[in-house]
Design a protein around this ligand. Structure first.
Ligand code: BG6
Length: 494
């Protein structure tokens, strides 16, 4: 289905996200025919650009990131416009009114407007108020939707305050809180795997599942984002949003149908069931750490404290591992081990469902564990691991696997996360956007961790290029378990 005709207004148009992700996503949607000719993009920022210079910048970005060229690139760029605005001054937003009107007239977009806040978070409360001061939020003529980038707040209190601020000018149905993990094809596939296969449904609970592992590993460091990252850390940057959303997809109850409300009701419900962590729980179930200088493949890699923009005494965690539980009938007593970190050996996001073993060992040697590995990225796929007889005498078993890889599908041209989510927002489908109650539940769960961190001393250290500190191994070893050490690619052949 195509997007509805609309004018997309991007605040923060001179920023990194706009030229690295948003414009390329819109270009690709246009290229594959998911945008009609009736759309326009109005870039807004403080920089004194004009339509021509903005087009030139975006054109260069598309050539660099998308290898775009030819008539398609020219046609797409002709839909781009720019308006310089002092985004923290309500009076200056007056300049937007005639520009947006003119674009609606020119492209017959019936007043439909999608605002995208790709700005520093300090403007997330300001922009809606300034838009409202000029009536740019009302839905009398066409719909008005506003996309909010993460982070939605800095902690429970500020997230709540931000919600109140935005809700003063936009109703919940107009607000699209983007979490790009929900736009990933394999995260959505988790829902299809779970809810369209009778095979898994009876097994997906505490009776058959021993524990669940969720890993969000990155091999890169903080690169040139040290300034931002230091105020955020792994907990706010990856865990509070992306990984808790993945956890919700794994653990939620089946919605009666897939639409924005029923789906988001279930997500919020399960997040509200996360077992609240006390300071005592955290002593035993949480590990925070920071990477230090090391040699990787013969090259010296800087430690976190040597990264640009990071204060030399920073205590920000670049790694976290947590054992948590969900207090409901389906999951009571099943541990969820979640870890994420920068400068780990490989970039991989995956969920591993560890099934219980047989009730009684029939063969002398213990059989391999049954596992379902859901690889979110890279090399997206699903792998079922189980034991079969080793050829030859006796009854020894060995682990074999049944693998599905997305790359093997006939048409692997998947939409990227931003393409999918921008398209959904333009169609008015909020299913894959975070609703206020879910965001609130995530912060409520994370707040004790933030408090705990503020109270304790230095975080642990781990060498860049390793799987984190030994304390994380000890955390999972308490139950006689070990973290899976995934490689960059899924196993190809048994
Ligand atoms: C972003 C974080 O939200 O997600 C980054 O701010 C992180 O620090 C990125 O690198 C990871 O996204 P992906 O899609 O590369 O896994």
């Amino acid at each position: 289905m195509k997007a509805e005709n609309n004018c997309i207004v991007i605040f923060g148009a001179s920023g990194d996200l706009t030229h690295r992700k948003l414009i390329p996503a819109l270009y690709n949607l246009y290229k594959i025919g998911r945008l009609t000719e009736n759309f326009s993009v109005l870039g807004v920022a403080r920089s004194e650009l004009n339509d021509e210079t903005f087009r030139e910048k975006m054109r260069n970005a598309l050539i660099e990131h998308e290898k775009a060229n030819g008539a398609m690139l020219d046609k797409f760029c002709s839909h781009l416009y720019y308006q310089a605005v002092n985004t923290s001054d309500a009076r200056d937003y007056g300049k937007l009114v005639p520009r947006i009107d003119e674009l609606h007239d020119k492209y017959q977009t019936c007043g439909n407007t999608l605002y995208y806040m790709s700005t520093p978070p300090s403007l997330y409360g300001v922009i809606p108020e300034c838009l409202a001061a000029h009536g740019l939020n009302t839905e009398e003529y066409g719909w008005k939707r506003i996309i909010v980038e993460k982070p939605f707040g800095y902690d429970l209190k500020t997230a709540h305050a931000l919600d109140i601020q935005i809700h003063r000018f936009f109703e919940e149905h107009q607000i699209y809180r983007i979490d790009h993990y929900l736009g990933k094809e394999t995260v959505q596939n988790l829902l299809v795997l779970r809810f369209s296969n009778g095979l898994f449904e009876p097994l997906w609970n505490r009776n058959y599942i021993e524990y669940v592992e969720i890993t969000g590993a990155e091999s890169i460091g903080v690169e040139d984002r040290g300034g931002y990252y230091d105020g955020s850390g792994a907990m706010r940057d990856m865990f509070q949003n992306h990984l808790l959303q993945v956890l919700a997809m794994v653990a939620m109850e089946p919605p009666a149908i897939i639409n924005a409300n029923s789906m988001r009701d279930e997500v919020a419900k399960v997040l509200h069931c996360l077992h609240p962590l006390t300071q005592e729980d955290l002593k035993n179930n949480l590990v925070l750490a920071q990477y230090v200088k090391a040699e990787i493949n013969g090259k010296t890699v800087a430690g976190y404290l040597q990264e640009k923009g990071v204060p030399e005494d920073s205590n920000t965690e670049t790694y976290m591992a947590l054992r948590c539980e969900i207090d409901n009938w389906r999951w009571a007593g099943v541990p969820f081990y979640v870890r994420t970190g920068k400068r780990l050996p490989v970039r991989v996001t995956e969920v591993v469902i560890h099934f219980k073993t047989t009730p009684h060992p029939v063969f002398s040697k213990s059989a391999p564990e049954n596992k379902l590995i859901i690889r979110i990225q890279p090399d997206e796929g699903i792998s079922m691991r189980f034991g079969l007889k080793k050829p030859g005498a006796g009854f020894e078993s060995k682990e074999v696997s049944m693998d599905f890889r997305y790359a093997d599908l006939a048409s692997p041209s998947l939409l990227t996360a931003y393409e999918r989510l921008l398209l959904d927002a333009m169609k008015g489908d909020a299913t894959l956007f975070a609703r206020t109650d879910a965001v609130h539940a995530c912060w409520k769960f994370v707040q004790p961790i933030l408090d705990y961190k503020a109270e304790r001393g230095r975080v642990y250290e781990y060498e860049a290029g390793t799987w984190g500190p030994t304390e994380a191994d000890k955390l999972i070893a308490k139950a006689g378990r070990v973290w899976r050490k995934p490689s960059g690619a899924m196993k190809k052949k048994v």
